[in-house]
Design a protein around this ligand. Structure first.
Ligand SMILES: *Cc1c(COP(=O)(O)O)cnc(C)c1O
Length: 438
């Protein structure tokens, strides 16, 4: 790796050059585009991000679960450089090219289930989810879409409607798309009853049968682990039962694996954990090492119903992004990133659980593989503690550890390190976190 794998602070965070650029950003870009940590990046790779002031930060965010193979990963760079010199765009719907087909074949092969599948490519996670709903509606001739508490599916009109949280995603952007219904998700840390999976399932089915009518439901759309909602793993048993209910009622079960996909959770896809086979699976984020790409993969008989020209987009499956995706899949396989994700979890979870014992502000430690979170509460209660979260984040950032937040209640610290993160940096990051809590 060409970038030194070390944390290095040579100025305050952010440094003077970043502050100058931040002022320019504030004058040129609307405030609606927020900033988690205002250091301006010049290089990144492995487990670090270098900024314009010469600082090197430990990256526990991967650009929100995107650069799982690391930034400018060697195979990605090589394939994309070759492609950019050959051709940059023809539009796959005008004159096709092989790399798009290769990516779709790989998605069909690697996603859960050995039934016959089809895939097509778009530009973003939101676009993938929108397209899954379009396909499900056409294939079933039904309109209703069922989504879950704490769900996040994107920022377009439909996917913002599918998203649970009002601020900041929905506030003022209505009216929302019609025929979207929300049902409970068994959030183990906060579920009031004894049997979260069964109780949430019963409530969800009650809404579907009594309020919507199961025969009117085109699709159920669910994240196998809720990402923006706070890394909430639905209580075990819930996902398979919802999938069975869909099957019994002719409803298309759509897994939104935009954040959980491509080795992040210690499986290639998070649905594999409970052996759930979705009818349609949406992928994006970790698929192409940072180049914009997303996939919609589904059963052939559902996908083949859509008429010619009903799907697509100018840039969907851009050749640079396809080459990057092929490089990512090769890297996942050859560097055993599924195993690396598990190893990251094995290192992080015990250290975080030890922190929880010392600091009652940590209410919950959870996650799978390299998708790990801690939820902060007022000590002795389950009351969300976003103030403590802000303080911890501030200290981590000042020490050169990039961390991200999440959660319906704004009180979750989430960790999404690149799967190629060197272990010494992972340990150093955790030590910074420990100090921040102390
Ligand atoms: C990020 C995300 C999306 C939206 O993806 P974009 O590429 O930002 O449009 C959708 N679903 C989930 C689960 C996500 O985490």
């Amino acid at each position: 790796m060409s970038i030194p794998q070390e944390r290095r602070l040579v100025t305050a965070i952010p440094g003077p050059k970043s502050q100058e650029l931040l002022a320019r950003k504030q004058a040129a870009v609307p405030p609606g585009i927020g900033t988690t940590l205002p250091v301006f990046v010049t290089r990144a790779g492995g487990g670090v991000i270098e900024d314009i002031d010469g600082n090197s930060l430990i990256d526990f965010g991967s650009g929100i679960a995107v650069t799982s193979v690391g930034n400018s990963a060697p195979r990605v760079v090589e394939r994309v450089q070759k492609q950019v010199a050959d051709f940059t765009h023809t539009c796959f719907m005008v004159t096709p090219y092989e790399s798009y087909v290769n990516v779709c074949e790989k998605l069909n092969e690697l996603t859960p289930g050995d039934h016959e599948k089809r895939s097509f490519l778009v530009n973003s996670g939101a676009e993938a989810v929108e397209n899954a709903v379009k396909v499900a509606r056409l294939a079933t001739g039904r309109q209703a879409v069922v989504v879950f508490d704490h769900g996040y599916h994107g920022r377009t009109l439909l996917t913002m409607t599918l998203t649970a949280k009002n601020m900041p995603y929905k506030q003022g952007f209505g009216p929302y798309a019609p025929e979207v219904y929300r049902v409970p998700l068994p959030y183990p840390f906060r579920w009031p009853g004894e049997n979260p999976a069964e109780e949430a399932y019963a409530q969800a089915v009650d809404v579907i049968e009594k309020q919507i009518g199961a025969k009117n439901v085109a699709a159920v759309v669910i994240e196998p682990i809720a990402g923006e909602g706070g890394f909430i793993e639905p209580a075990k048993g819930f996902l398979p039962r919802i999938a069975e209910f869909c099957k019994a009622n002719g409803i298309v079960f759509v897994a939104d694996e935009v954040q959980t996909g491509f080795a992040r959770t210690g499986d290639l896809f998070a649905c594999e954990d409970e052996g759930v086979v979705p009818d349609i699976i949406c992928t994006a984020k970790g698929i192409a090492g940072g180049l914009p790409l997303a996939g919609v993969t589904g059963c052939a008989e559902i996908m083949d119903k859509v008429h010619v020209g009903g799907l697509g987009g100018t840039y969907g499956g851009n050749p640079l992004a396809c080459e990057a995706a092929l490089a990512v899949l090769e890297t996942i396989e050859q560097e055993d990133l599924v195993g690396k994700a598990r190893r990251i979890g094995e290192i992080m979870l015990p250290r975080l659980k030890a922190m929880q014992e010392r600091h009652p502000v940590i209410g919950d430690v959870r996650g799978r593989g390299a998708m790990i979170a801690i939820e902060l509460v007022k000590p002795g209660t389950k009351e969300p503690n976003p103030e403590a979260l802000a303080e911890v984040v501030k200290r981590c950032h000042a020490e050169g550890l990039l961390v991200l937040t999440a959660g319906t209640y704004g009180n979750v610290l989430r960790f999404l390190p690149p799967l190629v993160m060197p272990e010494h940096l992972l340990e150093e990051g955790l030590t910074i976190l420990e100090k921040a809590f102390a």
